[in-house]
Write a protein that binds this ligand. Structure first.
Ligand code: NAD
Length: 313
């Protein structure tokens, strides 16, 4: 597995990272055994970056990851989050940041995480994130409970603005750079590169639309995007290619992203996704995909407070 450097943190992270939300049954039910097996398979395959949150399965994903990492903690880099606890349950206060890390450490059965991120900050007040949340994350870092700190959001302009006011170590962006969308490179990558920050790209399958599992009811993509994704899947199949692997390979080619987080529901998905590492994408295939996706390219959905949206209206 190729390792890449996560910005100025210097952490060497696997090009494919383990997305932990399916461990919280966010993409359908996974048993404890299957979840643990998926984590162990990932470690055996050389995946060393694991991303999770108390929000995924309302703490279930963290607990399962903690269970799976017993005796293996030192082999991996663990990233978790704070601030989001329910679909509509957010608390970005300094007090909650402090209690959240202790709760996460208990569930993860460790005494530190490598990366502690404020989760989905577009649902918070930007002033509070700058004046309270990020300073509290830095306190946690000083205490030794987290090695580095970051922010995650669907709204990329907000992350870029905040990082130019108060430094953070990493950005996590999702569903903004993959076969269906590319505006991360306009809205966020220049800031990340300019500040030598770590850039984590999540949801290479657009939260499952480019895979072949049933789409969860909470998925926010509009019909036009789902339709484009279905056409891409069909096209890949006509070329005898697994669409999930094409989608993952495309993201792995990004020149600055350190790790691409893909959510997996089984050890088998972990294993087969490794095939993406060696896949050569023909330019003709990429051109065909681009033509299919063009009518729905770069379509976003609203997320968070009105004042934090990247695009008006
Ligand atoms: P994703 O695009 O990685 O898609 C996950 C879905 O794809 C699951 O249904 C999985 O079963 C399916 N899949 C994976 N490999 C497959 C294969 N080979 N064939 C068919 N289907 C396959 O979306 P995601 O899980 O949302 O994103 C990855 C991770 O990034 C998350 O688990 C989470 O850790 C992180 N993330 C963070 C945020 C945030 O911080 N706000 C948001 C989104 C994602």
């Amino acid at each position: 597995m190729e390792l890449r450097t996560l910005g100025a943190t210097g952490l060497r992270v696997s090009a494919i990272g383990f997305g932990g939300s399916p461990l919280g049954n966010e993409f359908g039910n996974v048993t404890d055994e299957d979840g643990v097996r998926a984590v162990h398979e990932a470690i055996d395959c050389g995946i060393n970056f694991f991303d999770v949150s108390p929000y995924y399965g309302r703490t279930l994903a963290e607990s399962r990851l903690g269970q799976a990492l017993q005796g293996k903690r030192e082999k991996v880099i663990v990233a978790t989050k704070c601030g989001r606890y329910e679909k509509d349950g957010f608390d970005f206060s300094a007090g909650r940041v402090r209690t959240s890390i202790d709760e996460s450490l208990r569930r993860l059965r460790t005494d530190y995480v490598d990366l502690f991120q404020a989760h989905d900050i577009e649902f918070g007040d930007g002033n509070q994130i700058e004046s309270e949340t990020i300073p509290a994350l830095r306190e946690v870092q000083k205490s030794g409970k987290a090695r580095y700190i970051g922010i995650t959001s669907y709204q990329l302009g907000m992350m870029a603005r905040i990082a130019s006011t108060i430094p953070v170590d990493t950005f996590l962006s999702y569903c903004r750079f993959n076969l269906l969308i590319g505006d991360m490179d306009r809205l966020l990558t220049p800031t990340a590169e300019g500040k030598h920050m770590g850039l984590i790209n999540a949801s290479p399958l657009h939260m499952g639309l480019l895979g072949e599992a049933p789409i969860p009811a909470w998925h926010p993509a509009p019909q036009s995007v789902r339709h484009a994704a279905a056409q891409v899947r069909q096209l890949c199949r006509r070329h005898n290619l697994n669409p999930a692997h094409v989608a993952l390979r495309y993201c792995l080619q990004h020149p600055y992203v350190a790790t691409t987080l893909v959510g997996v529901t089984s050890a088998e998905q972990v294993r087969t996704n490794l095939q993406a590492l060696d896949l050569q994408l023909e330019q003709t295939l990429l051109d065909e995909i681009e033509a299919l996706v063009r009518p729905a390219k770069d379509i976003v959905w609203p997320s968070g407070r009105p004042e934090n949206q990247d695009y008006a209206g």
